[in-house]
Every structure is written in structure tokens, then in C-alpha cells.
Design a protein around this ligand. Structure first.
Ligand code: GDP
Length: 533
């Protein structure tokens, strides 16, 4: 393959995630985007997945029981020459860690905001991760067909709560939160809701190419038209100017108003987004930046999912391709184990439908059968190379429980199950200092993860467990010469444990207890994650 071909494959790729607070409209928007890509049957599956409370993901019953999506899926489709990869993220806050990892694998994010609710808590958390990564964020203000907040107020919220400036690409028409449509700032045209229209909108182009066109006044009534003219004048004069560089740096968010459900403004959003969003970017590795157009293949694992299909009992590692071309059957080096692996049955995902793929390019997500060697954040590259991609963030656990097998005869399966689920990143595992090996201490970011752990150990490994929740909320990795339970003053105020790499960790119930221990052990340093050093 020539450099040109590789470049053009890279440049047409858009890999992104949609982030939002539950109920803002992520499922609905995803479905509409898929429809435009011609993936109609898929759009149906997204919908039915929601409607039947995730019946499609029957490999994980717990999703059905709770009616939430606990893992991310990947959807690929084409539109207008672009190859689009949407990485779906679970909306429930207890699974934020999985979502955070997914955000490591995207080049941009679409943030959905409910026009009536504004910036909500979950959006805020996810936004922060995108901001830290410096990835471009596009804002879709949804549910414009309903009563909503004043758009200036929403812009102010973005600036105050998320600390990002917004550039409205279009602007709601209507006063006091009762909207009739939008004004498209670039095209100087008015787009009105049209229930009967195929795209949910009626487009009124301006003849004079400006919002002041008297034609609009006739259509809207002079009061509404005047209010719109005043808003646009204010935006043009006092608002930020459009600056693609700032968008690419994650400092300015293009803001779109629309309604996913009625399909209003969705096509325009998609087209503008594809034009402005970045193609796969270079990635930082231990050997410097890896360029996507580098002819040598490289990728990293951002997610591991065991037992997706109960009939197969398989384990999949999801990789994001960073450089070069991927071909079926190619042999690559797994950096962390030093093993040479033949990638024989690569899979790609359309929601929950799998297909075997022959080739893939930077920006694409591929599912690989995991022979049990992969860990989250691992690097794959060609033979003769040696580098790792920059470390994945580890999120500090906040909930802890002691877990053991109910039936001691099942200890072997128990250890196998809990070890695999730890490798998947579902939970973090610790062993209590000076305690026997029959129980483990498990740490999670949210309490629902305990239910998932219990459910999966029973269903996938046949092990019933006993679980005792512990009163700790903070974990601190301890660094200092010879940190031992006996030498740490006040260790009995919390619990002294070791992580899977035998690093000492102290679990305590609150900041106050932590401060006491820290004050009494000046030679020891306390870190919230193992990576911060
Ligand atoms: P998710 O939890 O973010 O995936 O949200 P959904 O896409 O499931 O939407 C949540 C609810 O909002 C559903 O009842 C949708 O029908 C509704 N909804 C989504 N988009 C719109 C919209 O544009 N207008 C209105 N009025 N409702 C919407």
C-alpha cells in the first residue's frame, strides 16, 4: 500500500464518543446518526436495545435487570466518504471507569446537553476527562422541540461549570424558551420545525444572506424576528469568533442546537462535525510521538471484555489502532509479555453484531480474541520495535469489600474468576497484609460494580461469594523506605493491604484519618494512584 492510500484512509476516519448525562438523548442521537450512515437495521437495534432494556446484550443479564448499559460497544459506518467509529459509553455513573478508558481511545467527543437541564453532573465528570486529554469537544444541545433554557444562559453554564467557551453554529429561534427552529449562522438561513417533513425541518434560505432579511420577519412575526436579530448581533459582536485551532485544542466548543428525536438539525450537525472534527492524531509513546501514517502497525488495548457470548465463553481485547495498516493474520509483538501473536480472527463491531475483518486503519477499533495475555493499556507493535503508549489513568477506588468463596472447594475457580475480572479492569484487587489467602479485598469506583462482580462470578465461574463491605473510602499507595504494617504508625486506623503488584496501600475511612497517619509518618509519601510518581 502506498503512503498516499494509507494517508487517505487515515484522513477519512472520525473516531469519537458521545458523552452525556443519562436521558439527555445519547441513544436517540446515536440511532439517528446510524440512520444517516445507511445502517438502518443497526439503528433499529440501538432502539430496541433501549426499549427492551438491553435485550441485545443478553450476554450480561445484569444489564437487563438494572436497565443500564454497563459496557461500551463500538459502531462503525460510512457517511459522505467518511469512515465513522462511534464508541458508545455507558451512561451510569457507577461505570465511569470503563467510560474513562473508552475516552482514551477517541479523537474527539460529542457532548449532549438537555436544553432544559443544562450541564448535569455526569456530563461534567466526563467532560473533565476529555478536557484533560485536550481532545476537541462538540456540543449538541438536545430536545429543542421542548421548552428550554435561554441559549445565552447555556453558554454561560458551559463557561462557568466546564470552563470552555462556546461558538454557537446555529441559534434557537423563539422567545422565553419556546422554540420554533434555528438560525444557521454560516448559511444565514432559517430552519423551522416541520413535523411532517422528512428531515423534521423546513429550510428558509435568506435572499440577502443575513438574519435581517425582511422575508424572515414575515415568516416569524416581527417580535420573534427582532429578538433573533438582537441575539445574533450580540453574538457577532461580543461572542468568540470561530477558530478551528482553538476547537482542535479543546478550548472552544462548536455548539449546535437541535432535536434528536424529531431529527431536527441532526444532518447539519453530522456534516459540520465530520468537517471540523480531527482525523486520528499522533499518540505519545515511550519512544516519542507515533504518527498514524507511520507504515509500521501499532495499537493499544483499552478494554477487555470476558464472556461476551455465553455460547463461546471467549474473552475479547479491544484495541485502538494508532499507526500503520492492520491485516488479518498479521503477527505482532505484545510489548508487555514479549510474545509474538498472530491476529487471526480480528472482529469489528456494529453494535452487538460481529464481523470478521480483513483490514483496518488508524482510528479503527478491533476486537481480538484474548488468549489471556492482554491487560488494559498494553501496547502492540511490529517486531523489531520496542515502545509502550503512555500510561492509562488509574482511578482511585472509593468502595471496598472483603470477598471470599462461600464454598472453599471452589477456591480455584474463585481465584481464576476474580483474577480475570481484575485484568478486565472491572475491579481492583488487594490482599490484606498478614492475612490468609482465602479472601481478597476488592476496590471499586462505584457500588454497582460489586453487584456485577458477584453476578459474574456466579454466572461465569460458578462461584457463590461472601462479601463484607468495609468502611473505607480512600486508598493511598505508600512510598518510602521499607513501608511495613508494623512500621507505619496508625496503620490500625485503616487497613494495610498490597495491590496485585505487591505495592503497599493503606485504606482509610476519611481524609481526617489519612491526615493523622500522614502527619505521624513524615518519611512516607501517600499517592492516590499507583501511577502518580
Ligand atoms: P440516553 O439515556 O442519553 O441514551 O437518552 P435517550 O436517547 O434514551 O433519551 C431519553 C429520553 O428523551 C427518551 O424518552 C427519548 O425519547 C427522549 N428524547 C431524546 N431526544 C429527544 C428530543 O430531541 N426531544 C424530546 N422531546 N425528547 C427526546
Amino acid at each position: 500500500m502506498s503512503d498516499n492510500e494509507l494517508n487517505s484512509e487515515i484522513n477519512r476516519r472520525r473516531t469519537f464518543a458521545i458523552i452525556s448525562h443519562p436521558d439527555a438523548g445519547k441513544t436517540t442521537l446515536t440511532e439517528k446518526l446510524l440512520l444517516y450512515g445507511g445502517a438502518i437495521h443497526l439503528a433499529g437495534s440501538v432502539k430496541s436495545r433501549k426499549a427492551q432494556r438491553h435485550a441485545v446484550s443478553d450476554w450480561m443479564e445484569i444489564e437487563k435487570q438494572r436497565g443500564i448499559s454497563v459496557t461500551s460497544s463500538v459502531m462503525q459506518f460510512d457517511y459522505d466518504g467518511y469512515r465513522i467509529n462511534i464508541l458508545d459509553t455507558p451512561g451510569h455513573q457507577d461505570f465511569s471507569e470503563d467510560t474513562y478508558r473508552t475516552l482514551m481511545a477517541v479523537d474527539s467527543a460529542v457532548m449532549i446537553i438537555d436544553v432544559a437541564k443544562g450541564v448535569e453532573t455526569q456530563t461534567q465528570k466526563l467532560f473533565k476527562v476529555c478536557k484533560q486529554r485536550g481532545i476537541p469537544i462538540f456540543t449538541f444541545v438536545n430536545k429543542l422541540d421542548r421548552f428550554g433554557k435561554n441559549p445565552f444562559e447555556l453558554m454561560e453554564e458551559l463557561e462557568k461549570v466546564l470552563e470552555i467557551r462556546a461558538y454557537p453554529m446555529n441559534w434557537p429561534i423563539g422567545v422565553d424558551g419556546a422554540y420554533q427552529g434555528v438560525y444557521n449562522r454560516q448559511l444565514a438561513q432559517i430552519e423551522l420545525f416541520d413535523g411532517a417533513g422528512s428531515q423534521g425541518q423546513k429550510v428558509l434560505p435568506s435572499v440577502v444572506g443575513s438574519v435581517g432579511d425582511p422575508v424572515f420577519s414575515e415568516m416569524l412575526g416581527s417580535g420573534v424576528h427582532q429578538a433573533l436579530c438582537d441575539d445574533i448581533e450580540l453574538l457577532d459582536m461580543a461572542g468568540d469568533s470561530f477558530d478551528l485551532e482553538k476547537v482542535r485544542q479543546g478550548e472552544l466548543t462548536p455548539m449546535f442546537f437541535g432535536s434528536a428525536m424529531t431529527n431536527f438539525g441532526v444532518r447539519n450537525f453530522l456534516e459540520q462535525f465530520l468537517r471540523l472534527a480531527p482525523a486520528p492524531a499522533p499518540r505519545l509513546s515511550s519512544a516519542g510521538l507515533v504518527q498514524p501514517a507511520d507504515s509500521k502497525f501499532s495499537a493499544f488495548v483499552f478494554k477487555i471484555q470476558a464472556n461476551m457470548n455465553p455460547a463461546h465463553r471467549d474473552r475479547l481485547a479491544f484495541i485502538r489502532i494508532c499507526s500503520g495498516k492492520f491485516t488479518r493474520g498479521m503477527a505482532v509483538l505484545h510489548n508487555q509479555s514479549g510474545k509474538l501473536l498472530k491476529l487471526a480472527q480480528p472482529q469489528q463491531f456494529l453494535a452487538q453484531e460481529r464481523t470478521i475483518i480483513d483490514e483496518a486503519y488508524p482510528g479503527d477499533i478491533v476486537g481480538l480474541f484474548d488468549p489471556g495475555v492482554f491487560g488494559i493499556g498494553d501496547t502492540l507493535h511490529e517486531q523489531g520495535q520496542a515502545f509502550t503508549f503512555a500510561d492509562f489513568p488509574v482511578f482511585p477506588p472509593e468502595k471496598f469489600a472483603r470477598v471470599q468463596a462461600k464454598d472453599t472447594m471452589k477456591r480455584k475457580q474463585f481465584v481464576k474468576g476474580i483474577t480475570q475480572l481484575t485484568q478486565e479492569g472491572a475491579v481492583q484487587l488487594f490482599r490484606q497484609a498478614d492475612a490468609g489467602m482465602e479472601s481478597y479485598i476488592v476496590g471499586t469506583v462505584g457500588s454497582l460494580q460489586f453487584d456485577v462482580l458477584e453476578y459474574r462470578l456466579k454466572n461465569e465461574y460458578g462461584v457463590d461469594i461472601l462479601m463484607n463491605h468495609l468502611p473505607y473510602e480512600l486508598a493511598r499507595w505508600l512510598v518510602g523506605a521499607e513501608v511495613k504494617p508494623k512500621s507505619l504508625r496508625g496503620a490500625d486506623r485503616g487497613m494495610f493491604v498490597y495491590d496485585v503488584k505487591e505495592r503497599p496501600v493503606l485504606l482509610v475511612s476519611n481524609e481526617w484519618a489519612l491526615r493523622w497517619v500522614a502527619d505521624n509518618n513524615p518519611a512516607v509519601e501517600f499517592f492516590p494512584t499507583p501511577a502518580v510518581r
